[in-house]
Design a binder for this molecule. Structure first.
Ligand SMILES: [Zn+2]
Length: 381
């Protein structure tokens, strides 16, 4: 196969690390989602004349160069599902295999390692995506408090708990390296407005992180208006209730016309597969219905997460209560690993995941009645 000219890995690196933070903006981790990548190029161009005003460093990078040049979500495997310890360690120790995404990932690991190592302040990462369905920009975070605060500065719904449902995302991995990370979904892959919304998100993140002072950010007002207008009537935060996994052999076909955040009734038929109609097990709102060939998630159902629980979870975490969770009935410390707990669901029942989630834990493994959870951001080998 002949080498095609690939888009550059680093679109632009602006400012310096002498003072302030580093913001990494990533577009097109999925190659059929060029909106964030195009928005990055726009903002990078606009920033060149303002470089002296940057309080830190901004780096715009391309996610999956090979898939982007082909207009496909991925070439050999989904680049946003393989940021697990096992895969990253294999690539680090053995080097990449022959697959397109191994080469992409090896290159990205090198680039991101370098940026994190040379960062002098906080490192932020904004990961830009789009969906195959129309409607509704939103943000997601790996649910650490600073990331949540950053996401809530943007006037779009924040979706919590996605990382519980999807393993091996880039922002999950880099979040464990002390990087404050959020993903932003800016609309449907091909709609021009998705580029505008992604651009608006970059401006607002530049403002929220303090990298660019308001006096040098004339775009921020319009950006806020644009996002707020499209999110009118939607709750500020929602949590994941359900993921419908699909495999190629399922013959999954989403019913036409579903959009992000459209209300869903319990039992409502949402799709068809080889076994017949696929119904929603929950009431809530539709998220990311699958209208493209590649993908492992048929659809998600989300539900409003009240401002009250946002506040409670923040208060619990600020009070440092996470260290005492083993005092809850049915929860014990893992015998060998720090920051890891074993939950007996027969004893802990309904509240276990709720409370642990609020305190910043995530599920790592489920074995029958036993659930293994760990603190986000805690490393173990
Ligand atoms: Zn994506």
């Amino acid at each position: 196969m002949g080498e095609v000219a690939l888009p550059e890995r680093v679109i632009a690196e602006l400012g310096s690390t002498e003072r302030g933070d580093t913001l990494i903006v990533v577009g097109a981790v999925h190659g059929n989602e060029p909106a964030g990548w195009e928005a990055s190029r726009r903002v990078a161009a606009a920033l060149t004349t303002r470089e002296d005003h940057l309080d830190g460093r901004v780096v715009f990078i391309t996610g999956n160069r090979r898939a982007l040049s082909m207009g496909r979500r991925f070439v050999d495997r989904d680049l946003n599902r393989a940021w697990t310890r096992a895969v990253v360690e294999r690539i680090r120790s053995e080097g990449p295999g022959a697959s397109a995404e191994d080469l992409e990932q090896a290159d990205l690991i090198r680039e991101l390692d370098e940026l994190v190592a040379t960062s002098t302040g906080t490192t932020w990462l904004l990961d830009l995506h789009t969906t195959s369905a129309m409607g509704g920009a939103f943000s997601t975070v790996a649910d650490a408090l600073p990331a949540r605060e950053l996401a809530l500065r943007l006037p779009v719904p924040l979706v919590l708990g996605l990382e519980e449902m999807v393993d091996g995302t880039l922002h999950d991995w880099i979040g464990e390296h002390g990087v404050v990370t959020m993903a932003f979904e800016s609309g449907q892959h091909a709609e021009p407005a998705a580029v505008d919304r992604a651009e608006a998100a970059i401006w607002l993140v530049l403002e929220a992180t303090g990298l660019l002072h308001a006096t040098h950010l004339p775009e921020a007002t319009e950006a806020r208006k644009l996002l707020a207008r499209d999110a009118a009537g939607l709750p500020p935060a929602l949590e994941m209730r359900y993921r419908h996994p699909v495999e190629e052999a399922d013959g999954f076909v989403m019913a036409p016309g579903w959009e992000n955040f459209q209300p869903v009734r319990r039992g409502e038929t949402l799709a068809e597969d080889g076994d017949g109609p696929v119904r929603s097990p929950h009431r809530g709102r539709m998220l990311m219905p699958l209208y493209q060939e590649q993908g492992e998630d048929g659809f998600f159902v989300v539900r409003e997460f009240s401002a009250f629980w946002l506040w409670v979870s923040e208060a619990l975490r600020r009070a440092g209560l996470a260290g005492g969770v083993h005092l809850l009935p049915g929860v014990r410390r893992h015998p060998e690993r720090d920051g890891v707990y074993v939950v007996d669901r027969r004893v802990a029942r309904w509240y276990a995941l709720q409370i642990l989630h609020l305190l910043g834990f995530r599920r790592v493994r489920e074995e029958g009645d036993v659930l293994v959870v760990e603190r986000r951001g805690v490393h173990y080998d």
